[in-house]
Ligand binder design. Structure first.
Ligand SMILES: Cc1cc2nc3c(=O)[nH]c(=O)nc-3n(C[C@H](O)[C@H](O)[C@H](O)COP(=O)(O)OP(=O)(O)OC[C@H]3O[C@@H](n4cnc5c(N)ncnc54)[C@H](O)[C@@H]3O)c2cc1C
Length: 180
């Protein structure tokens, strides 16, 4: 709340080479494991806004991630499982390239998106969605192998949040059923 939230609204969708965390909170692992409840975090952000410490685009953008996306992803999982895990609309079957485990690739965007995962078990939303997700879709990677990779590599990974984000939001492997 003190160090990053103020700039979250402006920079939440940005990437900057060498800056692994930017304005992101790094709270997903603590929330998912139950050390913090989503509502505690939401109330703190709301308080920071009312105290004049952060602008409205930061408070709104951050709160929306929690009571919007996080809760929505949970709902999709509860509604669609167990069949959802096998969804593969485009019938993509390719194996993941080896650089997914060591980040050694000349494609700098992929290198900069995967390097923080190898180093910290973490990268932020834009790297997960826009870079890795887009690459996986264009390259025809197996959605199931891709979701297994997310489950194995990330400190905040659990099936209920990985599957709707990977199969639905990032790869469109569910034919859009999570979104429409
Ligand atoms: C392909 C893909 C895979 C993902 N896998 C995971 C995962 O395994 N575990 C996980 O918790 N999140 C996952 N997310 C959602 C999101 O990327 C992470 O929650 C976020 O990057 C965690 O970093 P942060 O705590 O710094 O988030 P911030 O940017 O600071 O956001 C604040 C909080 O909002 C919540 N949040 C934001 N977006 C989402 C979302 N789409 N789904 C669920 N919660 C959200 C998280 O609790 C997060 O801590 C994934 C997103 C994509 C596109």
């Amino acid at each position: 709340m003190k160090e990053r939230l103020e700039t979250f609204g402006t920079y939440q969708d940005a990437m900057l080479e060498g800056n692994d965390f930017m304005s992101h909170s790094l709270l997903s692992s603590s929330i998912n494991i139950g050390l913090l409840t989503p509502m505690e975090v939401v109330r703190k952000a709301e308080e920071a806004y009312h105290n004049g410490e952060v602008p409205i685009n930061s408070a709104e953008g951050f709160i929306r991630q929690l009571i919007g996306w996080r809760e929505y992803m949970r709902g999709i999982y509860l509604k669609k499982m167990p069949d959802y895990r096998d969804t593969n609309t485009f019938d993509h079957q390719r194996d993941l390239p080896v650089f997914f485990w060591d980040a050694k690739t000349y494609m700098n965007c992929m290198h900069e998106a995967i390097r923080p995962v190898v180093e910290h078990g973490y990268n932020h939303h834009i790297q997960r969605l826009m870079v890795i997700g887009n690459y996986a879709t264009l390259f025809g990677l197996s959605p199931q192998q891709t979701s297994d990779w997310f489950n194995e590599m990330y400190i905040d990974a659990y099936d209920w949040v990985v599957l709707p984000n990977v199969l639905g939001m990032a790869l469109y492997a569910d034919g859009g059923s999570a979104i429409y």
